[in-house]
Design a protein around this ligand. Sequence first.
Ligand SMILES: [Zn+2]
Length: 457
Amino acid sequence: MPHIVRTFFVMACAFWISAQSLAVNEAAAQSLLRDAEAEWFLREISTPILLAAGLEPRAVNIYLINDRSLNAFVSSGQNIFIHSGLVLAADNVDELIGVIAHETGHISGGHLTRFSDNIQGANAISILSLVLGAAAIVAGSPDAGIGIIGGGQQAAVRNFLSYNRVQEASADQAGATFLEQAGVSGRGLISFFDKLRDQEYLLSVNQDPYVRSHPLTGDRIARLESRLEQSAYLDKPPDPVHEYWFQRMKAKLAGFLNPPHATLQIYPPSNTSIPARYARVYAYNKDLDWDKALAEADSLIAEVPDDPFFHEIKGQILFENGRVEESIPVFKKAIAIAPNQPLILTALGHALAAPEKPEYDTEARKVLEKAVSVDRENPFAWYQLAIIYGRSGNVALADLATAERYSMFGQAREAAYYANRAINKLDEGTPNWVRAQDILLYAQADIEENGGRRRRR
Ligand SMILES: [Zn+2]
């Protein structure tokens, strides 16, 4: 593990260990998982549901939370959060789509939460900090291509999203309507709820958070069933393309999150399907068995040469194994196939910046600037950009990038400090100067209102 590329990773790693050891604890630290493939896939399957609900799909953000309990929730500002545990517990894509349809029913029904005023207009990271009640949020460099953004300390999970029975019934009905309009069978939603049905009688401390926030009764399931059974799509099987990508994402998450021996039990080498090999790439990688991980990744690339995510994971393995310059052309292949994936762009930018060679820095800057132009909520890309700007003597832009990063994490005092520094060096009236002014204004308002402790932009 070369320390040159690991400096920032240590933070994520330290967090990861604490998250692992606390996994059985209700108050375990949570984190946001950022993965190009998962985000693309979740957008893909939810778009028809959101359109059916009359929502603008681009205005709705879907986030994956690293937490092995079963849960999904929405916040105002049109954000849907899904626990990794829910994805791993789902048997097919229609179960996941069913849950998304139900959650969309809470959005379209305007079932606001207690903390909605704080959440309005906030970004994902600031929402996460509210959800976690975390005092510090950290972002490490992506690990095996999956970025972890999370509370830097153990944070009490706030059980602030709880719906009443009227709201549940209305979200059920709305969800059923969206499924019908999207041509998806409601069997997935029924079988998902069936998994939770037994929990109705458990003490709340032993229930999954989904059951506590979405009160589930046999009566409610029965009513939903009779509604869904009227659908012409009841017996329609899951869309095979969606099912393929779902099984891949599930395998990837399992490989990334579970101990390698557990992954190899579910996906033994005798299973040569694409999802199984994909899960093993992550299991071997996690076990630091780089050669085996690379061999599996190569076998996937050989079978599907134009899959950007297979190139991405191969590049990531090489990178993490210290073969940084070898990883560059591999990431470039992924970018050639998926040119606008901000997280893959960030990985390429990171690989170009890591060797600290001036001949790579110009390209690293271009690539990272593209990454943040597609997705501003990318603290690690801003961090890398600040390094690149600083190295080329562009202190004003380095300060601005640092201000962006602090602003994103709601660290208003630091954001104001760096925004001020940037303003003093930038030419008045230029777009960067205007941006620095904006960050400063937000930060100052934040400091005045909340002493700089509340996270918002
Ligand atoms: Zn609900």
